[in-house]
Design a protein around this ligand. Structure first.
Ligand code: SF4
Ligand code: SF4
Length: 392
């Protein structure tokens, strides 16, 4: 394990590593053993990791390096378009510098289609020079052998591939799976660690084990499953795309099945955690221990849009001038009212979240889904099985 960057926290420290790439929380004793000094932060009794409402800085920042994308995917959460906004390299460098000074460990670059930028590898280099671990998410558009070699600067490249057997087409509205697979193969051949991002919809769900097997064949090291978000163009046919209740009930067993094959790392995104609440055999302490994170917006995660404004996560489209996205630098993390609203929600959720065993990992479900389905971003996540049962 290579330690890339550390940051002291009241409970101990967070450490960004490579080989394997990870962000790990450690206690004060272990932090001391690897040479971290918490200073004034370590005065008094150490809180537990899950009791900390806001870390000293985001562990990860999601940075949109463009809003441009010609692909026109039907469910694009960013509503990206061919003529979308794109910041200059100088603007991005200044933003990355600000994030590094804030103490961010890792930057996940996205868009729009980040790979449309010729200077994308240079952005990765700048992040490295600033001491942060860069990753990028792409549809694979324009990644040939030469481009793949230039992507070696990234700790991991995540390629969107929504599934075999027509799954890709069902989510995105066009046949792009072959293009994604070509990009994955080129990246793997160039020695770049590759993960695939697969959006779960009622059309892709049954093919997930086969999609994971295909990812193994292509040489990917990880499959990340993501909940379909009603954000951007994803709002348009959300009700037709979202998982059925029976599929949600089958998700924990399916995760066990594909992860037990141990051929590939399996991750779920923040907003899928509520779907584990229907399985009583899942131990909440294991979720926390193994870093299965629910809503981390404003706690260890911050997003930066292409215009430089900030948000709790990249799916959060709402911007109220002077409310969120208006503050900069360290003040943005500590004082931004938009981020604070997430923290308040995480700290004081209504029932059944308040008494939920999964609460420390889940933090009350997805605000994007709640906002879309109820009109209130701070309402219960209406698709969580425990919420459904509570209401019944
Ligand atoms: S609101 Fe929270 S759970 Fe939903 S996508 Fe954003 S970070 Fe994830
Ligand atoms: S009841 Fe609330 S905290 Fe528990 S899993 Fe559902 S959304 Fe998450």
């Amino acid at each position: 394990v290579r330690v890339v960057r550390t940051r002291a926290e009241r409970f101990g420290a967070v450490v960004a590593t490579e080989d394997p790439a990870a962000i790990v929380s450690i206690d004060r004793a272990l932090a001391t053993r690897i040479g971290i000094d918490g200073g004034a932060l370590w005065e008094g009794v150490a809180p537990s990791l899950s009791d900390v409402a806001m870390l000293e800085a985001p562990n990860e920042a999601h940075v949109a390096v463009t809003d441009r994308c010609p692909a026109g995917c039907r469910g694009c959460y960013a509503d990206a378009r061919a003529e979308g906004n794109e910041p200059t390299l100088e603007e991005i460098e200044a933003r990355l510098r600000g994030l590094a000074e804030l103490g961010v460990l890792s930057v996940a670059l996205g868009g729009g289609e980040a790979a449309l930028r010729d200077d994308l590898p240079r952005i990765g280099e700048i992040a490295r020079q600033l001491g942060m671990v860069p990753t990028v998410t792409t549809s694979g558009l324009g990644i040939d052998a030469a481009r793949a070699r230039a992507m070696r600067v990234f700790a991991q490249v995540n390629v969107s591939h929504d599934g075999i057997d027509g799954g890709y087409e069902a989510v995105r509205g066009f046949r792009g799976a072959a293009l994604a697979e070509r990009a994955i193969a080129a990246l793997v051949h160039a020695g770049v660690p590759v993960g695939i991002n697969t959006v779960l919809t009622r059309a892709t769900f049954d093919a997930i084990p086969g999609t994971a097997a295909r990812a193994v064949e292509l040489g990917a090291i990880e499959i990340q499953l993501l909940r379909f978000k009603p954000s951007g163009r994803g709002r348009l046919d959300y009700l037709a795309q979202r998982l059925e209740r029976a599929q949600i009930a089958r998700l924990p067993a399916m995760l066990r099945e594909i992860s037990s094959r141990a051929e590939i790392g399996v991750r779920i995104d923040c907003s899928l955690v509520p779907f584990l609440s229907g399985d009583p055999s899942i131990r909440p302490e294991d979720l926390v221990r193994f870093g299965v994170m629910g809503c981390e917006a404003g706690r260890s995660l911050m997003a930066m849009r292409s215009d430089g404004t900030i948000a709790g996560c990249s799916f959060w489209r709402e911007t109220a001038p002077g409310v969120d996205g208006a503050t900069e630098g360290r003040g943005a993390w500590e004082d931004d009212v938009g981020l604070a609203r997430f923290r308040v929600h995480h700290a004081r959720p209504a029932e059944p979240c308040a008494s939920c065993a999964l609460r420390a990992a889940c933090r009350g479900g997805c605000r994007i889904v709640a906002a879309h389905l109820t009109g209130d971003p701070w309402a219960l996540d209406p698709e969580c099985p425990r919420v459904v049962a509570h209401r019944a």
